[in-house]
Design a protein around this ligand. Structure first.
Ligand code: CO
Length: 177
């Protein structure tokens, strides 16, 4: 299996991923390792499994990746979430985001300010996370991916069309260069 980064409009980015039920299989740790490797290589803050062609509900993130205004001395978090679900949302904020599957695209969209997420860890144990600020946004972005929802879906249809036109134009120009 090739673990290259999948970019829009790859169809795996539009599909809901399968739940993991093979916690005893070494394959799971292999997927997690390759996901962290790819995420760091591409300097992403988070990565959903389908972004590199793995068809399961796995996400990895590390907010230490220097892509946002981290406060001096603030500790980032690194985590693996399997079969994650957002069970509570609170508040609304405007979030400016990029995505490894949409090179060059940066958009501002509404997100919940706080989320509660339930998931499994890599051993198959239940975990629960209360997140706000940046972590809450990363979680919403990556969990959307696992459900086949790209971040552009949070734009109005008119804006989405504009963003995609520009994206495909840039893709064509890059391919020609
Ligand atoms: Co993304």
């Amino acid at each position: 299996m090739s673990y290259r980064i999948r970019t829009w409009p790859d169809k795996i980015l539009k599909q809901k991923m399968k739940e993991v039920d093979f916690f005893d299989d070494p394959k799971l740790q292999e997927y997690i390792n390759v996901m962290f490797e790819k995420m760091y290589e591409l300097e992403g803050v988070g990565l959903a499994a389908n972004q590199i062609g793995i068809p399961y509900q796995i996400l990895v993130l590390d907010t230490n990746t220097k892509k946002y205004d981290q406060q001096e001395g603030e500790e980032g978090v690194k985590m693996v979430l399997i079969n994650p679900k957002i069970v509570e949302k609170e508040g609304q904020i405007e979030s400016t985001e990029g995505c490894l599957s949409f090179p060059g695209v940066q958009i501002t969209i509404p997100r919940a300010e706080k989320v509660k997420v339930v998931a499994k860890n890599e051993k198959g144990e239940d975990i629960e996370i209360d997140a706000d600020d940046f972590l809450a946004i990363v979680l919403q972005h990556e969990i959307d991916h696992l459900n086949g929802i790209p971040f552009i879906n949070h734009l109005s249809p008119v804006k989405r069309r504009m963003v995609l036109e520009k994206y495909f134009k840039t893709l064509k120009e890059t391919a020609r260069a």
